[in-house]
Design a protein around this ligand. Structure first.
Ligand code: B3K
Ligand code: ZN
Length: 889
């Protein structure tokens, strides 16, 4: 077995560079097969660093020439993957000319082509694929960029900052010159040269400056950008109102591109987006798409301050910008939802958003934290940095920021943010710097809190309660432990904010008074757990309360609290905290499904069905909330809760649960379909979206149960739908059923949208994620293989790969882990094929098997040789090698 394909980089090895860069003057002569890049940079000695050579990184480049102050360099060496140049004095002009081949660049990192246009992606280390450069985030320089291209093919020439000059050139070519007034790290550099059109808007910022906003897309998509533009304007306003942060440029551009490895990129003043997170119109985008566009536009916009103005010193600090920015976009979305819901529905609307975020955390981050890739939100080492844009760095990172927000309060948090910008604007800093300003601004000690940055693994929070009837006291004992993870021993105690409520027998929250206090304070209070175990005694109670712990999911931990079925049903009906009410339903459902998986002959407990029905019928609850509470826990999360994980048994249990709930509550689901009708044409509004979500869920249960009336309704909704949410909801219900109407509907959908790449992604994903509802049905893998031959499918387009292969590997464990090992063989075949083109995409697919040791022995025996097969591939990328190597360690 091969060992390391790439050296491991250690956080502790960080050293400032001896030379940094002050200004960069780039000239691009853009040609698809041979783009000439001339880079003139003023390099300066770094007074904070030891003496040494200028160091430049380059990758997949043809170096045409290199001079220092116009002369060939005195000494030029290659060392550790970098060029080293000995230079004298304090400041030199280095000129490097390189040639790159955008057309051959299938990695989509660096400069590449998409639909005939030129695009770049530089984070984390793509800039070195364009020119030789000290390509690290702690090198912040001022950029001037001149683009030169054929006018016909690339009428639009964009780069960061302000347009300062443009004009014609001989032979049908033209040029544009851009200047970015703000120093920035190379990962934020971007250029676009393509045939595009823009939706434009001018807005006035809080200080009264007029700024130009543009969203650039291909001409045929101009009718789908309004929502992205609105989202941008809302984000700008929100950041002004919430954090006093204003757009700092005269022009802010967003460009959509169809071939993109991830969601979007926050390049200074020139965000580049996957089309998936920009384009939306009622006929092609669902409510969820609208929601995602809004949140990704906001996320990238918020990076302008948290990420761009203040950036990361090194890539280990990634969560400094990502955790903070995810937290900011989560808050933004919650505020937008609450505003649309009005004062009455605001709390429920916020809870719905929180539930969405926690679902993602539990489904993606918890398994990561329990597997071979487990790492703290600030990792200590990596082989390939692109593998660390993870749920841990992003989502758990956001939870850590949220805990600071909870502990310090909105105002304290804001004060910390203000201080952060006052100290570090224009600099590249560390997570310690951030936490220290939060401490300083609030006069608190956050040393112990800092452990969240260094310890991997999901902490367990064990809670026990003791009722003393004679004294009227309830004693809550909270204990914490963090499991050992690869390379780390069990963790030390963390600072865990635990939001607590106590529910009285009448279902009402008690006013909380802790021992030693003269009067009760509130019905929800945040306890601080800082020791291994602590006791909190509540006094003045009339009757034994039911504890509601970790309200609002106040910390990213696994709560272990013994609750019997009646107690879960009680909290499902009465918990005043909507998040916990949902969580009680999830816990109850988890218990029911896992019991069914363990004892396939059994049935769903009637008490569970009754509790479920009570929620379903509770019209006081917002539809969006009910849709959340009535949806079963995600399959990935349930697998994580099963030991050993047995995907086939779990799938069988889920099928039976869906069928049983569909059957037992058929009349209720059918009447919900009526009640949840939305009148009028489509508008993206959370209230309407909630009604559509609940109706679509009802259809899912009915279709799963093979309910004839439900299936007929799905078919008629499909046929009469005037928006994608309803149409796709009906299609999904039919596709997830044994109904013969399923194939007709899938074919009709394909015929209608055959030329629409983004809609076809939904069509691919739906089929890749399909369960088997009748005994002799063909395995989903056969369908996936057939779909790979569809003309619309392409291994070169990440969206297609994620839709078809990603859905099958990650969202369809019941089929992927077929007992005959066919899915595992297919996985190896595809990971190897993808790795030769695009290691980042391949690595994401590779991660689908990393938690293989949790599976049954038979599955482990099927998976191991496939992992070994991939690791044995010659020239395997460092990306995939790291993932598979760690899985096998
Ligand atoms: N910062 C980018 C992610 C870059 C991923 C590089 N492999 C998008 C974001 O988080 O906003
Ligand atoms: Zn980000």
């Amino acid at each position: 077995m091969k060992t390391e394909h790439a050296p491991t980089i250690q956080r502790a090895d960080y050293r400032p560079l001896s030379w940094t860069v002050e200004t960069v003057d780039l000239h691009f002569r853009l040609e698809p097969r041979a783009t000439l890049v001339t880079n003139r940079m003023v390099c300066v000695r770094n007074p904070q660093a030891e003496d040494g050579p200028i160091r430049l990184w380059g990758e997949a480049l043809e170096r045409v020439s290199l001079t220092v102050n116009g002369q060939p360099p005195r000494a030029l060496r290659e060392n550790d993957g970098a060029l080293e140049i000995d230079a004298e004095g304090a400041r030199v002009l280095v000129e490097v000319v390189t040639r790159v081949d955008p057309k051959a660049n299938t990695t989509l990192s660096g400069l590449y082509l998409s639909s005939g246009g030129f695009f770049t992606q530089c984070e984390a280390e793509g800039f070195r694929r364009i020119t030789c450069f000290p390509d690290r985030p702690d090198v912040m320089a001022r950029y001037t960029v001149t683009l030169e291209a054929e006018r016909e093919a690339c009428p639009v020439l964009l780069s960061n900052g302000n347009l300062v000059e443009q004009g014609e050139l001989p032979e049908g070519r033209h040029y544009a010159k851009w200047e970015d007034p703000f120093p920035k790290p190379s990962y934020l550099f971007a250029l676009v040269a393509a045939k595009l059109v823009a939706l434009e808007r001018t807005v006035t910022t809080m200080s009264g400056r007029e700024v130009l906003l543009q969203v650039w897309v291909e001409a045929g998509n101009l009718d789908r950008v309004e929502h992205a533009m609105d989202s941008l304007v809302h984000s700008m306003r929100w950041d002004e109102e919430t954090f006093g942060l204003e757009l700092d440029l005269d022009r802010f551009m967003i460009v959509a591109v169809a071939d993109f490895n991830m969601g979007a990129m926050e390049n200074k003043g020139l965000n580049i987006f996957n089309t998936r997170f920009i384009l939306a119109k009622p006929d092609t985008a669902t409510d969820l798409d609208y929601e995602n566009v809004e949140s990704v536009v906001a996320h990238e916009y918020f990076h302008n301050w948290t990420g761009n103005r203040v950036t990361c010193r090194d890539w280990f600090q990634l969560t400094l910008k990502e955790g903070l920015t995810v937290f900011r976009d989560q808050q933004f979305s919650a505020d937008m939802l609450a505003r649309a819901a009005g004062p009455e529905g605001a709390a429920s609307a916020r809870a719905v958003k929180r539930i969405d975020d926690v679902r993602v955390l539990r489904a993606a981050q918890f398994p990561e934290d329990a597997g071979p890739m487990a790492h703290p939100i600030r990792p200590d080492s990596y082989q390939q940095i692109n593998n660390f844009y993870t749920a841990t760095v992003y989502e758990k990172g956001a939870e850590v920021i949220r805990m600071l927000h909870t502990l310090l309060g909105q105002e304290g948090f804001r004060n910390g943010m203000d201080l952060y910008f006052s100290y570090y604007d224009g600099q590249a800093v560390t997570c310690d710097d951030f936490v220290e300003v939060m401490a300083e601004a609030n006069g608190v000690d956050l040393d112990q809190f800092m452990r969240w940055y260094g310890q991997a693994g999901t902490p367990r929070l064990k809670a026990t309660g003791e009722w003393n009837a004679a004294a009227g006291t309830y004693t809550l004992t909270l204990a914490q432990s963090t499991p050992a993870t690869p390379g780390q021993p069990a963790g030390l105690p963390l600072v865990i904010p635990v939001a607590v409520g106590l529910i009285g027998p009448d279902g009402r929250d008690c006013v909380l008074r802790l021992e030693g206090e003269t009067q009760g304070v509130a019905t929800t209070r945040v306890l601080r757990l800082t020791e291994d175990a602590q006791r909190f005694r509540f006094v003045g109670l009339d009757a034994e309360p039911v504890p509601s712990l970790l309200r609002g999911f106040s910390a990213p931990v696994i709560l272990e609290l013994e609750e019997d079925d009646p107690r879960l049903a009680f909290r499902m009906a009465y918990d005043a905290d909507p998040f916990n009410r949902w969580d009680a339903a999830q816990r109850y459902a988890e218990r029911a499904v896992l019991a069914l998986a363990a004892a396939p002959g059994s049935g769903l407990p009637q008490a569970f069905v009754d509790a479920f029905r009570t929620l379903l019928r509770d019209e006081a609850l917002e539809p969006a909330f009910r849709a959340q509470a009535l949806a079963l826990p995600g399959e990935a999360y349930l697998l994580e809760r099963m030991m050993p994980a047995d995907p086939a048994a779990l799938r069988a249990a889920l099928v039976r649960t869906m069928q049983a709930l569909g059957d037992a509550l058929a009349a209720d689901w059918l009447s919900l379909l009526e009640a949840m009708q939305v009148a009028g044409g489509y508008r993206y509004h959370p209230g309407d979206a909630g009604r559509r979500a609940l109706a679509n869920l009802a259809l899912r249960y009915l279709a799963a149960a093979g309910n004839a009336e439900g299936l007929a309704r799905a078919q008629s909704r499909y046929e009469t739908a005037t928006d994608m949410t309803v149409r796709f909801g009906a299609l999904a219900a039919l596709a997830q059923s044994a109904s013969p109407a399923r194939e007709t509907a899938l074919a009709a959908f394909h015929a209608r949208y055959r030329d629409d790449a983004l809609v076809l992604d939904k069509w691919f994903a739906l089929q890749a994620g399909a369960w088997r509802w009748e005994a002799p049905a063909a395995p989903t893998l056969e369908r996936v293989r057939a779909l790979m031959a569809d003309p619309a499918f392409s291994l070169s387009n990440p969206n297609k790969v994620y839709a078809l292969l990603g859905t099958f590997f990650r969202a369809n464990p019941g089929e992927f882990h077929a007992a005959d090992g066919s899915g595992h063989a297919f996985w190896a075949e595809q990971v190897i094929a993808l790795d030769a083109r695009n290691p980042q995409v391949a690595s994401r697919m590779a991660r689908a098997l990393e938690n293989w040791r949790r599976f049954t022995p038979a599955l482990q025996a099927s998976i191991r040789p496939r992992l070994e097969q991939v690791l044995a591939v010659e020239h395997l990328s460092a990306d995939v090698a790291e993932v598979v190597g760690k899985a096998l360690e």
